[in-house]
Design a protein around this ligand. Structure first.
Ligand SMILES: Nc1nc2c(ncn2[C@@H]2O[C@H](COP(=O)(O)OP(=O)(O)OP(=O)(O)O)[C@@H](O)[C@H]2O)c(=O)[nH]1
Ligand SMILES: [Mg+2]
Length: 216
């Protein structure tokens, strides 16, 4: 949707312009905060740009730690936010799945926590599954999407790093991704195409988040 026509654009803008506080990093499910408010999360392969997108959404350079090294985020990082229209909510930066430059036992531990979180978190309103626009959906993404479909967790695909591919290649990846998710039961049919670098699509994502929290 065009940003100017989206009734949630202004709420989304204001929601992310307000305070966003780091709450905690959970290494295990027992460390998660009380499920007392809606939450949204960012999932995706290692290095897909999850932490960068949180920084772009909030307009803060290093609220979430980013890195060139896949496997930077190793805990479920909780951020709290609030707006009078949405009420309080949590935004969660997840560790990546797939390849990570970290010890195997560590990676297996956090992958287990990540999957259990995605399947079982009752207050999770929507998972944003980030896909690098240079690569499109890969087999590891398919695994996660299938798991979300089975668990009936609503999710939306967000293409990241849209500043990287040439326009033609971006158009192709948008089309193939749209086709790939069209028949997935828990997938939101529209993609959001973003660049944390240029800011493209970031306002659309803010509006989408405001909408999903307000519509319940
Ligand atoms: N050009 C470009 N680079 C980006 C963009 N978003 C992220 N990056 C780069 O991609 C790399 C990974 O970004 P992160 O935000 O740390 O990725 P992540 O998904 O949080 O990674 P893990 O925590 O390791 O799973 C960093 O070098 C970022 O600078 C973008 O929109 N454009
Ligand atoms: Mg990260």
């Amino acid at each position: 949707m065009n940003e100017a026509d989206d009734p949630y654009a202004e709420t989304g803008r204001l929601l992310f312009a307000r305070e966003v506080d780091f709450v905690l990093g959970a290494a295990q499910l027992t460390q998660l905060p009380e499920p007392d408010r809606p939450e949204i999360c960012f999932a995706g392969r290692s290095n897909a740009g999850k932490s960068s997108l949180i920084n772009a959404l909030t307009g803060r350079r290093d609220l979430a730690r980013t890195s060139n090294t896949p496997g930077r985020t190793q805990q479920l990082n909780y951020f709290s936010m609030a707006h009078p229209d949405t009420g309080p909510l949590y935004m969660v930066d997840l560790p990546g799945y797939g390849f990570a430059k970290a010890p195997v036992a560590e990676v297996e531990r956090w992958q287990g926590v990540l999957r259990a979180y995605l399947r079982g978190r009752a207050t999770l309103r929507r998972a944003y599954v980030l896909v690098d626009s240079r690569h499109g959906i890969k087999a590891v993404d398919e695994d996660i999407l299938k798991m979300l479909d089975v668990a009936a967790v609503s999710y939306q695909i967000v293409l990241t790093k849209a500043d990287k591919p040439k326009a033609g290649a971006l158009k192709t990846v948008i089309e193939t991704t749209q086709t790939a998710i069209a028949k997935r039961p828990a997938a939101f049919p529209d993609l959001i195409v973003t660049s944390s670098e240029s800011g493209d699509g970031v306002a659309d994502l803010r509006a989408a988040i405001a909408r999903v929290v307000m519509e319940g």
